[in-house]
Design a protein around this ligand. Structure first.
Ligand code: SF4
Length: 445
């Protein structure tokens, strides 16, 4: 059954807003005690007192139960706006609601649909972050997820002159994202390991560790060690996110996961100096070499490249797609896969801030790439669909999200942000993106 058939014949027959991720998937940031169903809805706080008695509340919060009730009634929870926006484009656009439900058996969907909403649900897929330690400070990230971003704000103060960033991503250290010191006891981490030992390792299908940079957290290595010393005790698939930066200990990773089949997720959406500009801390050649080292090792079930589609990556996204297709040709269709995730926050970095002629140009480039390669045996259906929905997005959607400030404010922030980013990080926007210079210079602040 293809994605569209699944939407019409399975998902929408339960309800037109039903998404299994609300029941079976979670991202949990243990440093801040926050959780959400997938990356799109804003995260919310887990009750620290209640979770000490019942670690399953790391996932089964009151808010998620309320959202489940809405989905059962066919109503749209506001936090899932990302999916509603895609679906409202028409053109049979496939939202993440489909992708994030299709991974579970149809019986599990039916079970979720018929379970009373006040009941705790066993997670099937979980992404967990222990802390925000990270050696990168990417332009679309912020201090909530990167200790290097914290240092940037500590050293140079708040970014100034931003008027559309209602969430103040770039003006303070986000101390709430790290409620406990790295060496302090964190009750959320304790609850997680209690849950894991008692229950979760039996029910969870996939555990994915994220960060920060997870390979810089000793809890990640503790979990990898658990899998090594408890071989056969859990059938949970382990996956690790890593920026695969220069100083990530690839040797330790390869020796630690020897004999385990794990998935590795990494991020990139551009190539060479443009990638290094967007993802500050990245060295393109080192990243590409590290991907190839992991592929050469044959120890990974798959290397998955997550592309965060922002205004600056579109000039070289097609080159990155070429690069990934070449890896597929060399190592196999499933050895490397990619997803194209359209950035919404911070809104001023959205591809939708670009002027019409540039969006049309990039849309045409991607259309050409897709028409040349869509019959390739190496592309997955979801990869083709992700490309098509990005093409549609560039063509149809006019504002990054419904609360987005009007375009002059987004353009002001785009120029303000990258001017200061250049000064703080020793970068040069115009030299890195000469194709954007005329437009960039024309933005008045
Ligand atoms: S944002 Fe979409 S994929 Fe995520 S939980 Fe909501 S409906 Fe599901």
């Amino acid at each position: 059954m293809n994605d569209l058939e699944f939407k019409h014949q399975v998902l929408d027959t339960l309800s037109e807003s039903f998404c299994a991720a609300k029941w079976y998937n979670a991202t949990i940031w243990l440093g801040s005690g926050m959780t959400t169903s997938c990356h799109h809805p804003p995260a919310h706080l887990v009750d620290i007192d209640r979770v000490r008695d019942n670690p399953r509340l790391l996932h089964n919060t009151d808010q998620k139960k309320n959202d489940r009730a809405k989905m059962l009634a066919g109503e749209r929870p506001a936090g899932c706006e990302y999916c509603w926006k895609i679906e409202d484009m028409g053109r049979d656009a496939i939202s993440d609601r489909v992708y994030k439900s299709k991974i579970y058996p149809i019986e599990a969907l039916n079970e979720a649909f018929t379970t009373p909403v006040d009941q705790d649900i066993n997670l099937r897929t979980l992404e967990i972050a222990f802390d925000r330690t990270c050696q990168f400070a990417c332009s679309y990230c912020n201090p909530a997820f990167s200790s290097t971003w914290v240092n940037d704000i500590r050293r140079d103060g708040a970014y100034t002159g931003l008027v559309s960033d209602g969430r103040n991503h770039f003006t303070h250290e986000h101390s709430g994202a790290q409620l406990f010191g790295i060496r302090e006891t964190n009750p959320y981490v304790e609850a997680f390991f209690e849950w894991w030992e008692n229950d979760l390792h039996r029910t969870l299908q996939e555990l994915r560790i994220t960060g920060g940079e997870p390979l810089m957290s000793h809890y990640t290595w503790k979990l990898i060690d658990w899998f090594k010393t408890n071989k056969g005790k859990s059938s949970t698939r382990l996956a690790i996110n890593s920026n695969l930066g220069t100083d990530v200990d690839i040797d330790r990773l390869l020796s630690s996961v020897d004999g385990m089949a794990i998935d590795l997720y990494t991020s990139n959406e551009a190539i060479s100096q443009q990638a290094e500009y967007i993802r500050d801390g990245l060295v393109w050649d080192d990243w590409a070499n590290n991907v190839e080292r992991l592929l050469d090792s044959g120890q990974f079930r798959g290397i998955h490249v997550m592309c965060t589609i922002n205004a600056l990556c579109l000039s070289s996204l097609d080159s990155l797609l070429d690069c990934m297709l070449n890896w597929k040709r060399e190592y196999g269709r499933d050895a490397v896969s990619f997803t194209l995730n359209i950035l919404r926050f911070p809104s001023f970095q959205s591809p939708l801030v670009l002027p019409e002629h540039l969006k049309t140009h990039y849309k045409n480039t991607l259309e050409t790439w897709l028409s040349n390669e869509c019959d390739s045996e190496f592309l997955h259906e979801h990869e083709i669909n992700h490309l098509q929905r990005l093409i549609d997005y560039l063509d149809v959607v006019k504002t990054p999200h419904s609360e987005a400030f009007e375009m002059p404010k987004l353009l002001n922030d785009f120029k303000q942000f990258y001017t200061q980013y250049d000064q703080r990080r020793g970068k040069d926007f115009v030299a890195t993106f000469p194709e954007l210079q005329e437009w960039y210079d024309s933005i008045q602040v």
